[in-house]
Each structure stands twice: as structure tokens, then as C-alpha cells.
Design a protein around this ligand. Structure first.
Ligand code: UDP
Length: 328
């Protein structure tokens, strides 16, 4: 297959490109590098089946030649990123999704939308099944992401119904692993970088809010399984939750990172961000039944691998930081 991946230089997108290439597909990656990084795909660029184009898919999303699948992963996804770029986030969820769907329609390609557990907002039911419609504050600060993704789901289903595009929607729950940016502001990257730098771990609120952490290789395996489903397979359109159902409090995540990373950091409290969801846990029975997919990597194991990645990143950055500091 020839696959277009929007947001292919991002954290999840780059792992997806890598897996698709390894499976023998050709990959055309589109990314405006707002939250993605060119170095995420620099190793892939040396492979003949890979092409990278720096472009904002909210403005244009066209590719020359045949395309078999369009995977729409372009969007800021960390709260810190989407709060910093509210309009770009709304644009890529709306215009960007429409442009990517148009590409799929013109090329008669399959379309897969990276949606999110944020469509459930601050949920009143837990775990969250796909049948739950969510509780989103439409004017709160997080709405730029939540409502953009809800719109993205709506337009994807409208293209399916009115334009006969073969579409799929996955709802991604908190994912972590190598290639997260050290400063992306998310809970796992923050805690690991803080622990490795000897800084205090910043738990927001009382730390009793929960998240369910999915290691990136598990997520990518689920995405590929959804992509490969035959159009006539039951439930192929989704939406389908992809996440690890092991629910942890943020306080417990902080303690586990401290235990695994070592060091002498303490846990400190910081204010809880507005509309921060109190519970988040995927009901993955649909994915288990339809795809035979279940996450394999336990938090302890995945966090160890992610800590090793950040240790190397920080070590590589240290001489540069020292040199810059020396010049200043
Ligand atoms: N969080 C925290 N300390 C941090 C970063 C995040 O306590 O340094 C909390 C945050 O308030 C939320 C959870 O961890 O309850 C997950 O936050 P993240 O930004 O990773 O993503 P979210 O799941 O909210 O989209």
C-alpha cells in the first residue's frame, strides 16, 4: 500500500510510519512541525519507501500519484500544546480533517482518523465505552481540542454516509513512550524529566484523578489492526477505543516513576488545571472482540523503556546546554 500519514513526524505518527515501512508499505508523511520533530523521521528518510513533506494540512493536503490509505494524525495532542495553539488545533481538527478526507475521497483511499478519549470530556461513566456520548465543556480551555476532535469524528462519519469513503475512527487514550518531547507538558514526560533532573515531581490537584497509560507499541499495533480490517468486517467504521485499561491515580504514576528512575526528588502539589478530567479509563471490549487486540506492555515495563530514552536524550542535550550556558 501507499499510505499518507498526516502528523507523521509527531510522537505517535512517527512510530506509525516506522511500523508501516517495516511491513513493506510506502509512506508519505505530511507534517508542519508545530509539535512534530524532523528528527523523529530522520532515520526513516534514508529508506526508499519514505517521503517527508513539510506542509500544514489545514491549508492543503494533496499528494501526487495513487494513495491507498490516509491516516490523519496531525494535531497538537498535549494539553500544554493545544492550549498554546488553540486556533491551529481547531483548524487542523476541522479544515485539516476535511482536507484529509477530500484526499481520501479523490484517491478512493481508506481513511483513518486519530480521535481521542477527550471526546468523552470529564466522563460521568467509567470505564468509558464507545457508546458513551461524553461530557464536554464546549467553551472551556480544553474545548479547542475536544470539540475539534468531536467535529473531526462528525465530518468523518458524514463523508462515510454521503461520499462513500471507507472510514475508520480510533479513540486514543493516554499514550507514552520514546520520542515524547521532554517539554510537552504531559504527565509521563514531566515526571520522568523531573525525576532524572533531580527536580520535584509536580502533581496537579490532590493526585486522585486517574489516567490509563498505553505504551506506544501497543497503540500502534491496535491502529494497524483497525486499518487492516476489511470494509465489510463488523464494526469496521468504529469508533473504537485503543488504550490500556489499567487505571492509575496520578499520585501512583508519580510514585512509580520515582521508584523506577531513582534519585531524590519529592512530590509537590500544583493547582489542578481547569476542567481536568477526574477519571479516564478505556472500555476496550470492542477492540478485544473485533480485533483480538489487547495491550501487552505493563506500565512498569513501558516506563522503564521510556526512562531509558529520556536518560539518553538528557545526556545528549547536557553538553550542548553546558556550552550554551558557558557562552552566556
Ligand atoms: N499532571 C500532573 N502533573 C504534571 C502533568 C500532568 O499532575 O506535571 C496531571 C494532569 O493534571 C492530568 C494528568 O496528569 O490529571 C494527565 O495529564 P496530561 O497533560 O498528560 O494529559 P491529559 O490526560 O490531561 O490529556
Amino acid at each position: 500500500m501507499r499510505v499518507v500519514v498526516t502528523g507523521g513526524a509527531g510522537f505517535v505518527g512517527s512510530h506509525l510510519c516506522e511500523r508501516l515501512l517495516a511491513a513493506g508499505h510506502q509512506v508519505h508523511c505530511l507534517d508542519n512541525l508545530l509539535s512534530g520533530r524532523a528528527e523523529n523521521v530522520s532515520a526513516l528518510s534514508r529508506q526508499s519507501g519514505f517521503a517527508f513533506e513539510q506542509v500544514d494540512v489545514s491549508e492543503r493536503c494533496d499528494v501526487i500519484g495513487p494513495v491507498d490509505a490516509v491516516l490523519h494524525f496531525a494535531s497538537p495532542a498535549s494539553p500544554v500544546d493545544y492550549l498554546r495553539h488553540p486556533l491551529a488545533t481547531l483548524r487542523v481538527g476541522s479544515r485539516g480533517t476535511e482536507n484529509a478526507l477530500e484526499l481520501a475521497r479523490q484517491k478512493q483511499a481508506r481513511f483513518l482518523l486519530a480521535s481521542t478519549s477527550e471526546v468523552y470530556g470529564d466522563p460521568e461513566v467509567s470505564p468509558q465505552p464507545e457508546s458513551y456520548w461524553g461530557q464536554v465543556n464546549p467553551i472551556g480551555p480544553r474545548s479547542v481540542y475536544d470539540e475539534a476532535k468531536r467535529f473531526a469524528e462528525a465530518i468523518t462519519f458524514a463523508y462515510r454516509r454521503s461520499q462513500a469513503v471507507d472510514t475508520r475512527v480510533v479513540r486514543i487514550f493516554n499514550t507514552y513512550g520514546p520520542r515524547m518531547r521532554p517539554n510537552d507538558g504531559r504527565v509521563v514526560s514531566n515526571f520522568i524529566v523531573q525525576a532524572l533532573s533531580g527536580e520535584d515531581l509536580t502533581v496537579y490537584g490532590d493526585g486522585s484523578q486517574t489516567r490509563s497509560l498505553c505504551y506506544v507499541s501497543d497503540l500502534v499495533a491496535g491502529i494497524i489492526a483497525v486499518l487492516e480490517q476489511a470494509p465489510e468486517a463488523p464494526g469496521a467504521s468504529g469508533p473504537i477505543n485503543l488504550g490500556n485499561p489499567v487505571e492509575m491515580t496520578v499520585e501512583a504514576i508519580a510514585r512509580l516513576v520515582l521508584e523506577l528512575a531513582g534519585g531524590r526528588s519529592r512530590i509537590v502539589r500544583r493547582p489542578l488545571p481547569e476542567d481536568d478530567p477526574k477519571r479516564r479509563c478505556p472500555d476496550i471490549r470492542r477492540a478485544q472482540r473485533l480485533l483480538g487486540w489487547t495491550p501487552q506492555v505493563a506500565a512498569r515495563d513501558g516506563l522503564e523503556r521510556t526512562i531509558a530514552f529520556f536518560r539518553a536524550e538528557l545526556a545528549a542535550a547536557a553538553p550542548v546546554a553546558a556550552a550554551l550556558g558557558g557562552r552566556a
